[in-house]
Design a binder for this molecule. Structure first.
Ligand code: ADP
Ligand code: 5GP
Length: 204
């Protein structure tokens, strides 16, 4: 067995409407991977469920968690705090499980600084026109909110050079396949398989 082998950390970002939620759902259905549930101060939406989509916190509670050093990373986004609880991520990685965070760019950069071997993936449709059409099709934001998200997408795309992989989300099943290929390539890297030497020599 892969004794002492730690899990790998994958970070998925991309503009709102890129298809992150859709792709992660498909991925979790077919790949052993733990999704970290974030804490946020934003108000729950109809589709939200406490402890399933997010842990909903007041601003005071969230700031207390920051004070207690409970976050792996956190950021202010659209006037609300979002953060990844640290213990869950570190425990799963220690257990040898792969973990995925679905977070925005400032948080992704913090994750890379904390865990340099983290694998950063940026998911996007190939044009802003397609992004707009997906946001309009989803129908969960009004016109003004869609404009705000498009504006933010224009800013976020400037950060792609900080990412390890760019995945164009054209067909969902192709996208999931591309991400699975990234996962297998990362798992096969020599740097992630140092324990093979001991196993090869029969030391455990
Ligand atoms: P995000 O989580 O990045 O904000 P969603 O997963 O909610 O994005 O997807 C936004 C909208 O685009 C949804 O209506 C979803 O069904 C649709 N969508 C997702 N992936 C694709 C794709 N590859 N092609 C066309 N539509 C997509
Ligand atoms: P939404 O409010 O639409 O659920 O999320 C808004 C943005 O916050 C998305 O880009 C999402 O990826 C990001 N986000 C969700 N959780 C976290 C988190 O824990 N940390 C950071 N930095 N961003 C997050």
């Amino acid at each position: 067995m892969s004794e002492n082998k730690k899990g790998l950390l994958f970070v998925l970002s991309g503009p709102s409407g890129a298809g992150k939620g859709t792709v992660v759902k498909e991925l979790l259905g077919s790949e052993p991977m733990e999704l970290s549930i974030s804490a946020t101060t934003r108000a729950p939406r109809d589709e939200d469920e406490e402890g399933v989509t997010y842990f909903f916190k007041t601003k005071e509670e969230f700031e207390q968690m920051i004070e207690n050093n409970e976050f792996f990373e956190y950021a202010l986004f659209g006037g609300n705090y979002y953060g990844t609880p640290k213990q869950y991520v570190l425990d799963r990685l220690d257990e040898g499980k792969n973990v995925i965070l679905e977070i925005e760019v400032q948080g992704a950069l913090q994750a890379k600084a904390a865990v340099p071997e983290a694998v950063l993936i940026f998911l996007t449709p190939d044009t802003v026109k397609e992004l707009r059409s997906r946001l309009e099709g989803r129908g969960s934001e009004n016109k003004e909110q869609i404009e705000g998200r498009i504006q933010r997408a224009m800013e976020e795309i400037e950060y792609i050079s900080a990412y390890d992989y760019i995945v164009i989300n054209d067909k969902v099943e192709d996208t999931v396949e591309k991400i699975k290929n990234i996962i297998s390539s990362e798992e096969a890297k020599a740097v992630n398989n140092r324990n093979i030497i001991k196993k090869f020599k029969g030391e455990y």
